[in-house]
Design a protein around this ligand. Structure first.
Ligand SMILES: Nc1nc2c(ncn2[C@@H]2O[C@H](COP(=O)(O)OP(=O)(O)OP(=O)(O)O)[C@@H](O)[C@H]2O)c(=O)[nH]1
Ligand SMILES: [Mg+2]
Length: 370
């Protein structure tokens, strides 16, 4: 039998890495073999880990830094997933500002552990909205040019490019986007999917189980434009507990929606943006571990000019919720922290809520994550 397959999924903030990994894991579990996900990001209290766990997939977390810089930990986790859980396929994402995993992760594994792991194609997810920035129309979606550079760099690193969110495109548009990718990154295979609608997942699964990484040499200069892109970004993670002062159950979906709108307005006022703002909220108190997991709200905003997207909303009114907020913003750390504090205060006043904050971290890319 082939050694366990491992695949890294890269791609721009909010392109759909987590959604794609969940869709793939569900499919591979049924048609290929035991599959696990490593949820990787910077910092702690991560929406993506919580969301992935609700899908029923086998998920472990490598937080507090990109997998590129903790290879011993990655190898330990891979061995554990293989030996303890019988995993035959493991995939991990890297933070959405990341690049360089081909060099750091794939080449390290190929050099030191070639007999233990088969490296599936290094897969880069892209979404139509962000791709439009580098297509002939050069769409302006209010992101700085440094992030446009990051998007291009991520695509060039790929063994396989996946055009996600095809449910948002017509057949003609899909053909136009695929044509563009074939000229922008020639020699790199491209597949079109909708991770959310589970379209094209079987074809993607077939590809990543039948091919291996080309292990091309792709070294990144971290001091130039890449560092400038990182310098634009701030990571913000918060965990809080909110409950109504009256004890009455209320529509917590409205609370979350209003909070996200207030953050959006704060960013617009300061002419800043948030390539991905995610919230995950579960009904019930901090000590009600696991309870209420069926009733949760997961929201995403991929920029101040977009609508808030809900993968899931609370089905019932609630008197309390545990909430995680993750923002990956083009905004300096202090104003971002203030915007989120103000937004939380605003909804607490409006809905008569008491808020206990258990954890907050807010850091610039140049401070951490290496
Ligand atoms: N319409 C549509 N939306 C999608 C699709 N896949 C993902 N999304 C949405 O895009 C948003 C971001 O998806 P994620 O999977 O969280 O993206 P990500 O790349 O993991 O984001 P980061 O980890 O923050 O970089 C969410 O609102 C998803 O529901 C898709 O196929 N179609
Ligand atoms: Mg993600």
């Amino acid at each position: 039998m082939d050694p366990m397959r491992f695949m890294v999924v890269s791609g721009f903030l909010g392109a759909g890495k987590t959604t794609t990994m969940i869709a793939l894991a569900e499919y591979l579990n049924e048609h290929f073999g035991e599959t696990a996900i490593i949820a990787n990001d910077l910092g702690a209290n991560l929406v993506d880990t919580n969301l992935t766990q609700t899908s029923g997939c086998n998920v472990v977390e490598i937080a507090s830094g990109c997998i590129c810089y903790q290879m011993d930990n990655v190898v330990d986790q891979l061995r554990r997933l293989r030996d303890r859980d019988g995993a035959q396929f493991v995939m991990s994402d890297i933070p959405g500002c990341g690049v360089g995993a081909l060099d750091h992760v794939y080449h390290t594994l190929a050099k030191a552990h070639a007999d233990q792991f088969t490296l599936a194609p290094f897969t880069v997810i892209t979404d139509p909205e962000r791709l439009r920035m580098i297509m002939p129309e050069k769409a302006d979606i209010n992101l700085p040019s440094e992030l446009v550079y990051l998007l291009k760099l991520q695509l060039e690193e790929a063994d396989l490019v996946v055009l996600n969110k095809c449910d948002l495109l017509s057949e003609e548009e899909i053909a136009r986007y695929l044509d563009f990718l074939k000229t922008a990154v020639p020699d790199i295979p491209v597949l079109a999917i909708s991770a959310r609608e589970r379209i094209g997942i079987a074809e993607l699964a077939d590809f990543i189980t039948a091919h291996t990484s080309s292990l091309k040499n792709f070294s990144v200069r971290y001091d130039g434009e890449f560092a400038e892109a990182e310098a634009k970004l701030t990571w913000y993670n918060r965990r809080a507990y909110l409950k109504t002062n009256s004890g009455a159950a209320i529509d917590m979906n409205a609370v979350l929606d209003d909070m996200i709108e207030a953050i959006r307005m704060g960013l617009i006022e300061r002419k800043r943006n948030v390539p991905h703002l995610k919230t995950f909220a579960i009904a019930g108190s901090e000590d009600a571990e696991g309870e209420g997991i069926d009733d949760f709200n997961k929201a995403s905003l991929i920029g101040v000019d977009y609508d808030t997207e809900y993968e899931r909303c609370f089905e019932h009114d609630q008197s309390s919720m545990r909430m995680i907020v993750n923002a990956r913003a083009v905004c300096e750390a202090r104003p971002l922290a203030r915007i989120i504090d103000d937004a939380l205060d605003e909804v607490c006043d409006r809905y008569g809520l008491d808020c206990q904050v258990f954890f907050t971290e807010c850091f610039g890319m140049m401070d951490e994550g290496r």
